[in-house]
Structures are given as C-alpha cells and as structure tokens.
Design a protein around this ligand. Structure first.
Ligand code: FMN
Length: 322
C-alpha cells in the first residue's frame, strides 16, 4: 500500500472482531515503531504488549477510552531516566518523550493499516494503575495505549477533517494556502496468516465487557475447574468499579462531554453484568443497543446525546416500575 493511501484511509477502529493477531504481526508493528524519529535520538520508549485475555480485561477496566476488546494492546511507555539524560544534553525532557511516543504510535497505526489490522490510539486510561499493572518501574510511564485487532463490520468512516484552507497559511498567518487534494483509495484487504494467540475466532462482540467476562470465567478456574457464580460476579463488579474510578480520574483532564459518555457507558457495562447474571430484561437489552449505537456521537452532537440519555432513562424507569 502506498504511504499516502495508508495515511489517508487509516481510521480509528473501536469495534474489533474476536479474530486473534499473531506475535509476528505485532512484532512487525513494533519494528515500525522502532524506526520512528525521536528527539536527540533518545529512543526512550518501551513497548509492552498485552494479549492475554485476563490481562487485557484488567487493563480495559482502567481504560475508559477502550470501547471493545482488541486482540492486543500495545502500551507505549516512556523511560523518564533516558528522557532526563537527554534533557541534560539540551533536550526538552518530558515533552519530547511524549512526542516520541506519538511518532512511534503513528508508525504503528500506519503499519497496522497496511496489513489490514485496525487500531485506535487511547489516552483515556488511568496511568498510575496501568503502570503498576504492566509492572513498569516508577521511572517508566505508560503514555499511550494502542488497541490492535481485526475490524468488526464495515471500516469506520471517521470524523470529518477541517479544510486545508482553514489550517494552512503560506508564509504568514492568514495568507491563504490552498491546493487540490486527491481523494484516496479505500482500505485494502489482507492475507490471512497463521494465528497463534488471542483465542479462537468466534462470534463478534459489541461491548467491551462481554468477551472479557466470558474469558474471566476460564481464566479464574479454580483447581477443581469450578468457578463459583459469586466469584465471577464479584470479579466483574470489581472491574466495573475500576472503570468508574478511572473514569472519575479522567474527568479532571478530559473534555467535559466525556463525563456523560462515561456514565452512559457505565450503564451499558452494568447491563452486561446483569445480562450475565440473568437479571436483564428486553427493555434493558434495548437500552444497551441504544447506548452502543449512539454513544460515540457525544463528541459530534451533544443534543442528540442528551436525547439518548433522556430516552434510556425513561425506558429504564418504565422497566423498574413494571
Ligand atoms: C492523543 C490521542 C488520544 C486519543 N485517545 C483516544 C481514546 O482514549 N479513545 C478513543 O476511542 N480514541 C482516542 N483517540 C482517537 C481519536 O478520537 C481519533 O484519532 C480522531 O477522532 C480522528 O479519527 P480517525 O483516527 O478515525 O481519523 C485518540 C487520538 C489521539 C491522537
């Protein structure tokens, strides 16, 4: 695939199928990351790959910005000691470390798109618990997560871009810079290669919790192979609490519209747990469908999102009163 085509057609993927990816595929992405530019060639990044279902479940529970279970999550971390030593040589320290992580991320996104894998950059995750979960020493900070997997359904369209004439200036501020931009070709397919990790291909999931819950049952099997219902419910609820706490932490820095999104997403996640416990209802299933199909509209259309909240609250109220 031409680089220009990859740049033009890559989109953030937020719905992944359950098809796994291989170590070889992930290795190729990391190899691309390694060739990204870094300030003073510091190369202060470290990449931690999570493919184990139980580990993914834990990481997702503190990452409100992940909306579906990917085959793999790459945490791009910055080694502050290396950054500091670069600062002493005249660099800009932490900021450059973060920028380096971003360039590495972009290489990963494009390399993944080139082989037909979907990705999404995720910054909405709880950094300190993530650092501990990933076993990073204190001076190594996770800065970005990249979700990687096979796209579920049609490739996403992605939000509109501002016109070049609004953002480009020739020579000085306000002097127009306009060119004709050729429309890029559509995303290409990919050859299937040997799959070695991430579980069997199976039915797709629409919520982040569904597959994670299934996986948690097998992961948590006791020596006699039996997982009690209360153990599994407890685990689901504790992960749910992690999601709430991490979402609360994010509200200090995230755009204000993310607050309603996180709370509504929390409704959907709780319905997942209720479904699994046989406590859901057709009305709650409908609420979940409404949330899943509309929740990402929050950044584009606040009014529509407010109406979605009104609608689900009314449905849930009726459900409780029946
Ligand atoms: C620094 C950064 C942080 C982001 N964090 C998240 C995130 O936490 N969750 C998410 O779903 N998307 C996240 N995104 C993806 C953006 O929402 C997405 O790139 C943007 O809407 C443009 O869409 P496109 O990638 O499909 O072109 C992030 C992107 C960047 C660059």
């Amino acid at each position: 695939m031409e680089v220009s085509e990859a740049i033009r057609n890559r989109r953030s993927v937020r719905r992944f199928s359950r098809q796994p990816v291989t170590f070889k595929e992930i290795g190729a992405l990391l190899e691309s990351a390694r060739w990204a530019p870094t300030a003073s060639n510091t190369q202060a990044w470290q990449f931690i790959v999570t493919m184990d279902p139980g580990e993914k479940e834990a990481l997702i529970s503190i990452s409100p910005g992940i909306f579906s279970v990917p085959a793999a999550i790459i945490a791009i971390c910055v080694d502050q000691r290396r950054v500091r030593s670069a600062t002493e040589r005249g660099g800009e320290g932490e900021l450059c470390g973060l920028m380096d992580a971003c360039f590495a991320a972009q290489n990963i996104l494009l390399a993944a798109h080139d082989v037909g894998l979907g990705t999404c950059v995720v910054r909405s995750f709880h950094r300190e618990p993530a650092r501990r979960l990933l076993g990073c020493p204190e001076h190594v900070k996770p800065e970005l997560l990249i979700t990687v997997g096979h796209v579920e359904g049609d490739p996403p369209k992605g939000p509109k871009r501002r016109d070049l004439s609004e953002i480009a200036h020739l020579g000085s501020w306000g002097a127009p810079f306009t060119i004709e931009v050729r429309e890029g070709a559509g995303p290409t397919g990919v050859d299937e290669t040997e799959r070695v990790t991430g579980g069997e291909a199976g039915p797709s999931q629409t919520g982040p919790i569904e597959a994670a819950l299934e996986e948690s049952v097998t992961e948590e099997a006791k020596p006699d192979g039996v997982v009690s219902r209360s153990d599994s419910l407890r685990r689901s609820l504790v992960f749910y609490l992690c999601f709430l706490a991490s979402s609360a932490r994010g509200l200090f820095t995230e755009p204000s519209s993310y607050g309603p999104l996180r709370l509504v997403d929390a409704c959907s996640r709780l319905i997942d747990i209720m479904e699994r416990e046989g406590l859901s209802s057709p009305a709650l299933d409908r609420v979940k469908t409404i949330i899943e199909s509309g929740k990402l509209s929050v950044t584009e259309d606040r009014q529509r999102f407010a109406e979605l909240i009104d609608e689900i609250a009314c449905i849930m109220l009726n459900d409780a009163r029946e």
